[in-house]
Design a protein around this ligand. Structure first.
Ligand SMILES: CC(C)(COP(=O)(O)OP(=O)(O)OC[C@H]1O[C@@H](n2cnc3c(N)ncnc32)[C@H](O)[C@@H]1OP(=O)(O)O)[C@@H](O)C(=O)NCCC(=O)NCCS
Length: 249
């Protein structure tokens, strides 16, 4: 199954008042738009993960990874959708099939503009970057990774970004709400964290609009890649929000 075929097999509409937004699989045709976005300061100054400067090689490595993830996620999704209803009704989560063997990733597209790439949203397991004690962080991460898909004790996190032309148009709250309605229940997610650099008011607001509650700011938690700050070492605090599914919901 190639990535193009995989991408065309999945499409979730995102409800937005003026734009036709959708979540799909990855496509190698997104290389240019994604690379330009990740090399823009309105994006890279708010992200810790992607390399900077972001090169064609970085895209190739990312694309290869998300295409692989996508094959597994799509296969799991099909199995979940085809589950026997008696299995679906089972109270015991371990009897059912769930997403979450690996990170969920979706590409965000403007369908009214030829399916233009406008960003990404991911749902990995929490890496606990906000825990400053290295041993404790490692322990929590290992514990979280070992849990079986569907285990309600798994702590998930959300990562997202949009290309600058699409900022401040209410897209990400709509995208996150869609992921919370369509994708998180298929993980049996009970606890989800949303983290952001403490200057990133927009990101915090996206989480809060979607029902996440503010938890804390950890000062100086992350060293910004010095390539982003003219070689000067700068630290930034990280804020964290949390969403919890209550057993009745
Ligand atoms: C953060 C991001 C995902 C927000 O998505 P979005 O679709 O632009 O979100 P919105 O359009 O709802 O804007 C977010 C809110 O922040 C507000 N906002 C935007 N910039 C702001 C600023 N500099 N100061 C204060 N508020 C700001 C918006 O007005 C909106 O609030 P409102 O609902 O009260 O009007 C997007 O800007 C982005 O991709 N940024 C770069 C990458 C990034 O930060 N990723 C998240 C890492 S945690």
């Amino acid at each position: 199954m190639d990535a193009q075929a995989v991408a065309s097999d999945f499409h979730i509409n995102v409800s937005h008042p003026t734009l036709q937004i959708a979540l799909t699989g990855p496509s190698n045709a997104d290389a240019e738009a994604s690379t330009a976005g990740l090399n823009h300061p309105a994006v890279y100054m708010n992200l810790n993960g992607p390399p900077y400067p972001y090169s064609a090689k970085d895209w190739d490595a990312w694309f290869w990874m998300v295409s692989e993830l996508w094959k597994y996620n799509l296969a799991d999704l099909q199995e979940i959708n085809n589950q026997d209803q008696s299995v679906v009704a089972a109270q015991d989560w371990s009897k059912r099939k769930w997403l979450g063997r690996q990170m969920w990733h979706s590409t965000i597209r403007d369908m009214g503009n030829g399916g233009k790439f406008i960003g990404d949203i991911t749902v990995p397991r929490e890496t606990f970057m906000y825990i400053r004690d290295e041993e404790e962080r490692k322990r929590r991460k290992e514990e979280n990774v070992k849990l079986e898909p569907g285990d309600p004790r798994i702590v998930w996190m959300i990562g997202f970004w949009l290309i600058p032309e699409y900022h401040r148009r209410g897209i990400m709250p709509a995208v996150l709400q869609t992921v919370m309605a369509e994708i998180l229940p298929k993980h049996n997610a009970h606890t989800v964290h949303g983290s952001f650099f403490d200057h990133n008011t927009s990101s915090r607001k996206v989480f809060e609009k979607c029902g996440f509650s503010f938890q804390e700011v950890v000062p100086d938690a992350v060293i910004i890649n010095p390539a982003k700050t003219n070689g000067i070492e700068k630290k930034v605090g990280t804020g964290r929000t949390k969403w919890e599914r209550h057993s009745s919901s």
